[in-house]
Write a protein that binds this ligand. Structure first.
Ligand code: NAD
Ligand code: UDP
Length: 323
C-alpha cells in the first residue's frame, strides 16, 4: 500500500472520527481538522498518541495551508438543531469551507471528497431518490442553510473539476447512526436511545408516519473510502445509505423493545419542511463501487444502544440548546 497524507475535516465528529480510525489503522498519515462546534475530543482521544495522527483545531471558513494527497471534507454541523442554531455560519461552513479546501486541493493536486447529503433532494417527489433527481428544496425555509449550502458546495466541486481538472468525489450521505453520535445532537436515533435509556418520553415529531432509511456507520465509512479509491473517472454524485426504509413510529417502537424501556411515545410539533419520505436508490454505488450496506438495523441499533448505555452524559456539553 502507498502511504498517503490525508486531511479529514470534521474529523472529531461522529462520521469523521470513525473515518480517522480506519485511515490511521491502514497506516496513512492522518490530519484531523476540527473546530469542535458539535464534537468533543473524546471521539479521537484514543488516536492522540499515534505517530501517524495529528489534530489541528481550525475553522474551515478560514484558509488552511497543508501539503496533502487526499482531503475528506466532512466539516459541517449535520443535525437539524445544530445547523439551524446559526444558519449563516452553517452556510459559510459549506460554501467558504468548500472554497478554501478546493483551493488547497488545487495547489497540492490532491484528490478531494465532499460529504454531501440526501437533503439536496429536499422533501422528495421522486421515491426512492436517484442521483439524477434534482430535488425539491425550499430555498427560504429553516433547513435551507444546510440544504442550499450543501447544494452550492456540490456546484463548487463540479466547477473546480471543470475549470481546474480537480480530481473530485461527491457522495450524498443518507441518515447514518452508530456509536459516537453526540448524545445531545437532537437526531432521531440518538434522541430515542437517550430518552429510552433514561426512562423519558420518546419525542415523536408529527404523526411519526414520515420515513427515513438508516445506515450503520461502519457501512457508510466503507462507502466513503470506496468512493475515494474508486474508478478514476467516477466523480459522483453517488448516494450512500441503507435502503431499509421505515417510519419514525416504527423506529421508536424498535428502540423501546430493544432497550426494554417503559418510556411512552409522546407527540411533538412537526418541524417546518421536515421531509415526509426518504430512501436512497443505491444502484449506482453498487455498480461503480461494488458497495452496499451489510449491517442490519437490529445489529446496528444493538451496538449503538450498548455505546449509549456506557456513556456518562455529564461528560458531554450540549453544542446548542436544540435537542
Ligand atoms: P458531526 O456534527 O458529528 O460532525 C461534524 C464535525 O464538523 C464536528 O466535529 C464539528 O465540530 C465539525 N465542524 C463543524 N463546523 C466546522 C467548521 N466551520 N470548521 C471545522 N470543523 C467544523 O456530524 P456527522 O454526522 O459526523 O456529519 C459529518 C458530515 O457528513 C457533515 O458534513 C454532514 O453534513 C454529512 N452528513 C452526515 C449524515 C449523517 O447521517 N450522519 C447525513 C448526511 C450528510
Ligand atoms: N424526529 C422525531 N423525534 C426526535 C428527533 C427527530 O420524531 O426526537 C424525526 C424528525 O422530525 C425527522 C426524523 O425523525 O422526521 C429524522 O430526524 P433527524 O433530525 O434525525 O434527521 P433528518 O433526516 O430530519 O435530517
Amino acid at each position: 500500500m502507498r502511504i498517503r497524507r490525508i486531511v479529514v475535516t470534521g474529523g472529531a465528529g461522529f462520521l469523521g472520527s470513525h473515518l480517522c480510525d480506519r485511515l490511521v489503522t491502514a497506516g496513512h498519515d492522518v490530519i484531523c481538522v476540527d473546530n469542535f462546534f458539535t464534537s468533543q475530543k473524546n471521539n479521537i482521544a484514543h488516536l492522540l498518541g499515534r505517530p501517524n495522527f495529528e489534530l489541528i483545531r481550525h475553522d474551515i471558513t478560514h484558509p488552511l495551508w497543508l501539503e496533502v494527497d487526499e482531503i475528506y471534507n466532512l466539516a459541517c454541523p449535520a443535525a437539524p438543531g445544530h445547523y439551524q442554531y446559526n444558519p449563516i455560519k452553517t452556510m459559510k461552513t459549506s460554501v467558504l469551507g468548500a472554497i478554501n479546501l478546493l483551493g488547497m486541493a488545487r495547489r497540492c493536486r490532491a484528490k478531494i471528497l465532499q460529504a454531501s447529503t440526501s437533503e439536496v433532494y429536499g422533501d422528495p417527489e421522486v421515491h426512492p431518490q436517484v442521483e439524477s433527481y434534482r430535488g425539491n428544496v425550499n430555498p427560504i425555509g429553516p433547513r435551507a442553510c444546510y440544504d442550499e449550502g450543501k447544494r452550492a458546495a456540490e456546484t463548487l466541486f463540479f466547477d473546480y473539476h471543470r475549470m481546474n481538472k480537480l480530481n473530485i468525489r461527491v457522495v450524498r450521505i443518507f441518515n447514518t447512526y452508530g456509536p459516537r453520535m453526540h448524545p445531545f445532537d437532537g437526531r432521531v436515533v440518538s434522541n430515542f436511545i437517550r430518552q429510552a435509556l433514561g426512562g423519558q418520553d420518546i419525542s415523536i415529531f408529527g404523526q411519526g408516519t414520515q420515513t427515513r432509511s438508516f445506515c450503520y456507520v461502519d457501512d457508510l465509512i466503507d462507502g466513503l473510502i470506496a468512493m475515494m479509491n474508486g474508478p478514476d473517472n467516477f466523480y459522483g454524485p453517488v448516494n450512500l445509505g441503507n435502503p431499509n426504509e421505515m417510519s419514525i413510529q416504527l423506529l421508536a417502537e424498535t428502540v423501546i423493545k430493544m432497550t426494554g424501556s417503559s418510556s411512552k411515545l409522546v407527540a411533538r410539533e412537526l418541524p417546518a419542511d421536515d421531509p415526509t419520505q426518504r430512501q436512497p436508490d443505491i444502484t449506482l454505488a453498487k455498480a461503480k463501487l461494488g458497495w452496499e450496506p451489510k449491517v442490519g438495523l437490529e445489529t446496528g441499533l444493538a451496538k449503538t444502544i450498548e455505546y449509549f448505555r456506557a456513556l456518562d452524559l455529564d461528560q458531554f456539553r450540549a453544542p446548542t440548546p436544540n435537542f
